[in-house]
Design a binder for this molecule. Structure first.
Ligand SMILES: CC(=O)N[C@H]1[C@@H](OP(=O)(O)OP(=O)(O)OC[C@H]2O[C@@H](n3ccc(=O)[nH]c3=O)[C@H](O)[C@@H]2O)O[C@H](CO)[C@@H](O)[C@@H]1O
Ligand SMILES: C=C(OP(=O)(O)O)C(=O)O
Length: 428
């Protein structure tokens, strides 16, 4: 088991290249189950969520060839193998195996998903959608058993705007008989990416990226080749880091429109950001002013950037209120930021941050993926050497974090934890 060490105070300079989007990749891999011939996906991020999903596809009989940024998935010999336990619990996106297996085999057994704990994360809207398509679903000892004699297209209104439910229902509905309409659908760019892959496979989908998606089921889907969109959350994380500690950083391979809610807030704080086709150019803000943020569904401010953005607000003058309307308990990073000297308090689903303050190095723990990003951003700014544990969370979503940050001037490295540290980590 390793920990991350960061010596703060080194300015970031140079170009950092953004990888393919985690939240697309983790849906595109399961989507390949629906094809009858090999699917090739390019621009794959080298992160643990992808590796686990690739292993799960093998577990159900898929043949996968995984290189650094490409996967070939041959789904020809896949079967609806029950996956009640084990790897499915390690990530959130294993729920997409339900929609994809239901679409192809009309049955699936999949354990309830894991992923970051951010407050309650029910999947009732996924279940409602599958049931509307004709599936019978039972929950037995923490695994969902899904079965349908036939899947028949339906009109489905989502009670909450959910990325996962929107994609999962699409995965099943592309193989249902007749027309499905998803109303109050989520509009995240990753949904368009999944719809693009499915369309290349032969699916008929209209309206992805709007709040009404119309799908006409088809009998057969074929393999295809697809390139993943850039990861807007990884890009946003490096943009935040550059706005805190950068001296001319270029964030390369981004779609600037996907980051508008972030860049607008950064400009409000006083940042100068230059945008081109696929790059952002960012430097440290001089005397940043605090701003309030409220996380919302896309195109609002993403909850996944709320935690790293909080670090930046510790450097801004004034009081900022950060409200997370998506996840009520996405504030585990705050205790750790306080250890580093931040003046923050949490009330309900809001954090109040008073700045500017000086961050001090400390031994901190990443409780989830973006809490990890928040602490790395804090470590870059802090006096001294910050030690971060909980790297298994960070590795779920940031490809080559150490290499990427080192290449732009950060002093950051991984070290093996000694036995006593591991025990302490496991017991708390
Ligand atoms: C793998 C993946 O893509 N993860 C992303 C996805 O998670 P995920 O797909 O799990 O998040 P959702 O969009 O489904 O969740 C949004 C909100 O809806 C609620 N909800 C969701 C489904 C449901 O059936 N019932 C229900 O009440 C959730 O508790 C949450 O409050 O979108 C989140 C919100 O942008 C991001 O933080 C995650 O990074
Ligand atoms: C919450 C996240 O991921 P997941 O839904 O996979 O847990 C995230 O990417 O910030």
């Amino acid at each position: 088991m390793e920990k991350l060490l960061i010596e703060g105070g080194h300015p970031l300079r140079g170009t950092v290249r953004i990888s393919g989007a985690k939240n697309s990749a983790v849906a595109l891999l399961p989507a390949a189950i629906l094809a009858q011939s090999p699917v090739v996906i390019d621009g794959l991020p080298n992160i643990s969520d992808v590796k686990i999903l690739s292993d799960l596809l093998e577990e159900i009989g898929g043949e996968t060839t995984l290189t650094n940024d490409q996967i070939t998935i041959d789904p020809t010999h896949m079967v609806s193998m029950p996956l009640p336990n084990g790897r499915v619990k390690k990530l959130r996106a294993s729920y997409y195996l339900m929609g994809a297996m239901l679409g192809r085999f009309k049955k699936a057994v999949v354990g309830l998903p894991g992923g970051c704990y951010l407050g309650p994360r029910p999947i009732d809207q996924h279940i409602k959608g599958f049931e509307a398509l004709g599936a019978k679903i039972t929950n037995e000892q923490g695994a969902l058993y899904l079965r349908a004699d036939r899947l028949i297209g339906a009109k489905i209104y989502l009670d909450v705007v959910s990325v996962g439910a929107t994609i999962n229902i699409m995965l099943a509905a592309v193989r249902a008989e007749g027309k499905t309409t998803i109303e109050n659908a989520a509009r995240e760019p990753e949904i368009i990416d999944v719809a693009t892959l499915l369309t290349s496979m032969g699916a008929r989908i209209k309206g992805a990226g709007t709040d009404v998606i119309r799908i006409e089921g088809v009998n057969e889907l074929k393999g295809c080749r697809h390139t993943i969109i850039p990861d807007r959350i990884e890009a946003g994380t490096y943009t935040i880091m550059a706005a805190g500690a950068g001296e001319d950083v270029i964030i390369d391979n981004v779609i600037p429109q996907h980051l508008e809610s972030l860049t607008a807030k950064l400009r409000e704080m006083g940042a100068t950001i230059e945008e081109s086709n696929d790059q952002l150019r960012v430097s440290k803000m001089v005397k940043p002013s605090s701003v309030d943020i409220k996380t919302l569904v896309y195109p609002g401010f993403p909850t996944d950037l709320q935690q790293p953005f909080t670090t930046l607000l510790t450097q801004a003058s004034g009081m900022a209120i950060v409200t997370d309307t998506i996840y009520s308990a996405r504030f585990k990073h705050i205790d750790e930021l306080r250890r580093m000297g931040a003046n923050v308090k949490v009330e309900g689903n809001s954090a109040m941050i008073s700045g500017p303050g000086v961050l001090q190095s400390a031994k901190v723990r990443a409780s989830d993926l973006r809490a990890g990003a928040c602490l790395v951003a804090a470590g870059l700014l802090a006096d001294g050497i910050t030690e971060i544990t909980g790297l298994e969370h960070i590795d779920r979503g940031y490809e080559n974090l150490v290499e990427k940050l080192s290449s732009i001037g950060a002093s950051i490295w991984r070290e093996q934890m000694v036995e006593q540290e591991i025990k302490q980590y496991q017991n708390t």
